[in-house]
Design a protein around this ligand. Sequence first.
Ligand code: 5AD
Ligand code: SF4
Length: 471
Amino acid sequence: MVRNEKMSSAELERQRGFMNKVREINEEFYNKKGRRKKMHITTFGCQMNAHDSEKLHGMLIKMGYEPAEDEKDADFVIYNTCCVRENAENKVYGNLGYLKHQKKRNPYLKIALCGCMMQQETVLQTIKEKYRHVDIVFGTFNIYKLAELIYINHETNAPVFDIWKEHGEIVEDLPSVRHFKYKASVNIMFGCNNFCSYCIVPYVRGRERSRCSEDILDEIKALAKDGVKEVMLLGQNVNSYGKGLDENITFAQLLRKVNEIEGIERIRFMTSHPKDLSDELIYAIRDCKKVCNHIHLPVQAGNNEILMNMNRKYTKEQYLALVDKIRAEIPDIAVTTDIIVGFPGEDDACVDDTIDVINKARFNGAFTFIYSKRTGTPAASMEQVSEQDAKRNFNRVLDALNPVILQLNKEKVGKVYKVLAEDVSSDAEFITGRLEDNSLVHFRGDESMLGEMLDIKITDCKTFYLIGERI
Ligand code: 5AD
Ligand code: SF4
């Protein structure tokens, strides 16, 4: 059993020491040059990475860097990478090529790479051979060491590679700068034990380990004091929360405790694996007023043979029965999903099964992906579908999905919903917010509304968002 030890306070103190040292170096730079060093973080991939980037941001601020609006103005650039699909990896290599020129323009520029891509041996090899202008490389298990790595690189003026094969202790209390003022993500667990046959995550994020509930609850209480109204509890498979902890706790019990925290108005979570979504969890979502009526429940595919080859451990029928059970208990719940198209062996009849699931489950939203072959995963050695067929299948799936989503959106027109105003739209006269069921809505407004829970009447809709007005 994995014991989820916490990082010793002595090690954390040591890291704080490195943050101070880098701060002094940056202060010296400021005294000489009359300007502060700027930093820029680019995040690829999922919400886990986005949340890790908030921690990187927090640490860099503590080290005396200022945020740069644009990467080209930065003296310290980090790519927090993703390797779930190949195109995210290609983007990183493309950007690195461009940064080589940037380094000629700015001799102070330092380039750091971290995240899931860096956990792969082949990637490290490529970087060492072809991208020698990279200064610092670290992985998913040791982001807390950023200051130490910056310091070593400064002292030695040589590239620093620090990749761990396995996770160490869970690190609490890293400084963090939140992207949003009113909503925040909170890790409840790390890693994944499911080994879906297409997925690289278990290899790069390690085995499942949960944070103890007291640390999670303390973090959320502090966020609430700081004005956060909505929390997103993050884990690759939140349904396994609590396994391996000394305390006896399930995810449903954790939700009930978070629901008690004063100041928090909305609780979301991601992601649930259909294979182990318990009745206890359904009842907790139903009973807890603050837990949003939304569940992200990746189906991945509709054909039973494909599901078996994906190692998903449920059938189409079991998935649909689960959605029915959830909807029977929580009638207004929105169900969203992930779908992979073009998995090895997928033919027209398999796509028919996926379309059948779409029509029966009536998803409120879906992330659809074309299968990407990941070296080292079992699916990489299965017989692959041609790119052309995968694209055709992809279009068929989108053509089935979009009308279902649009129809569900249309059913909201004319009704009034509570909306948390989250952001100013690119068109500055509009505010973007979310309904409890996670639907996106744009409405006329101004910055003063941000963070407010408003009554919004839905007046119109598109496939991917609603349009509303404040009443
Ligand atoms: N190719 C395409 N999509 C993938 N996902 C995971 N691995 C792959 C892959 N190799 C998708 C799954 C998962 C989401 C986060 O990414 O749908 O739920
Ligand atoms: Fe990947 Fe499956 Fe784990 Fe999700 S549950 S991270 S798809 S292995």
